[in-house]
Design a protein around this ligand. Structure first.
Ligand SMILES: Nc1ncnc2c1ncn2[C@@H]1O[C@H](COP(=O)(O)OP(=O)(O)OP(=O)(O)O)[C@@H](O)[C@H]1O
Length: 246
């Protein structure tokens, strides 16, 4: 059990149930020609409440992406628990984890993973293909609305390759938010952008998360960007400790 559980965000009058509650998470990888496995995450604990943002910084190879993969239910930890609004996820069946991932988590990455010839509205509507019902039927209306909310109401039909880097990242944010996730996981979301555009994209992400009561976990090398979050943590040798970074 980890002895230090950190809590991000200002204390609300009535404490809201955490969106994410990570306790004592350990993750090891087997490494070729090494007898002992490599411990990448060592008893990591973190609690994130609705509307709060957390930045995680650390050197290259520190385990930031591994942590995000565990939080995003893409990988299971070897020990510890990951509760998503109260539900323990590490022991869930893969099918249930995938369903929860689709419903509760929005991912924004540096590598956009978007299809070059698709229009912005097609990209944003894509996650609703699995939503079913009314949201499936109305997916293009909802995508148009989501794109207007990130300032791309005039570019609904633009193909990915005709959009600027900042516009493409706005499309990625609209797509991540289309299913109304309670948790946003962002891995170097502005790493490919110039500082001014990066600032604008992050303004949007922070504002949307805060105003809509979503929890935001942001992994970044950029310490100035990290300081904009409610709380900053440093991942070093598998341990997560409270910032701020120097
Ligand atoms: N599937 C895997 N199998 C074996 N080792 C892995 C695996 N995934 C990650 N690692 C190792 O775990 C360590 C942490 O990797 P990770 O990608 O999480 O770091 P990071 O902090 O995100 O790095 P960067 O900032 O460079 O992206 C590295 O030593 C990496 O080689």
């Amino acid at each position: 059990m980890a002895d230090d559980v950190r809590v991000a965000g200002p204390p609300p009058a009535v404490e809201a149930e955490p969106v994410l509650e990570v306790t004592g998470v350990t993750k090891r990888f087997k490494v070729r020609r090494r007898k002992e496995p490599l411990t990448v995450l060592d008893e990591v604990s973190l609690t994130v409440r609705p509307g709060a943002s957390v930045a995680i910084v650390g050197l290259s190879g520190a385990g930031k992406s591994t942590l995000l993969n565990v939080l995003g239910l893409l990988e299971r930890p070897d020990a510890g628990t990951v509760r998503m609004y109260g539900k323990e996820t590490t022991t869930m069946r893969e099918r249930d984890r995938a369903q929860l991932r689709g419903e509760a988590i929005g991912f924004v990455f540096q590598q956009l993973n978007l299809l070059q010839r698709r229009s912005a509205r097609q990209q944003v509507a894509a996650p609703l293909m699995y939503a079913g019902g009314e949201r499936l039927r109305r997916r293009y209306d909802l995508a148009d609305e989501a794109l207007r909310r990130v300032g791309l109401g005039e570019r609904l039909h633009a193909t990915q390759s005709s959009l600027s880097g900042g516009e493409q990242q706005r499309v990625a944010i609209a797509r991540a938010l289309i299913r109304e996730p309670r948790l946003i996981l962002a891995d170097e979301p502005t790493g490919a952008l110039d500082p001014v555009t990066a600032g604008q994209v992050m303004d949007l992400l922070f504002t949307r998360a805060r105003e809509e009561d979503r929890a935001l976990v942001l992994v970044t090398h950029d310490h100035a960007l990290a300081r904009r979050a409610d709380a900053v943590y440093v991942l070093d040798k598998g341990r997560l400790t409270e910032g701020p970074p120097s």
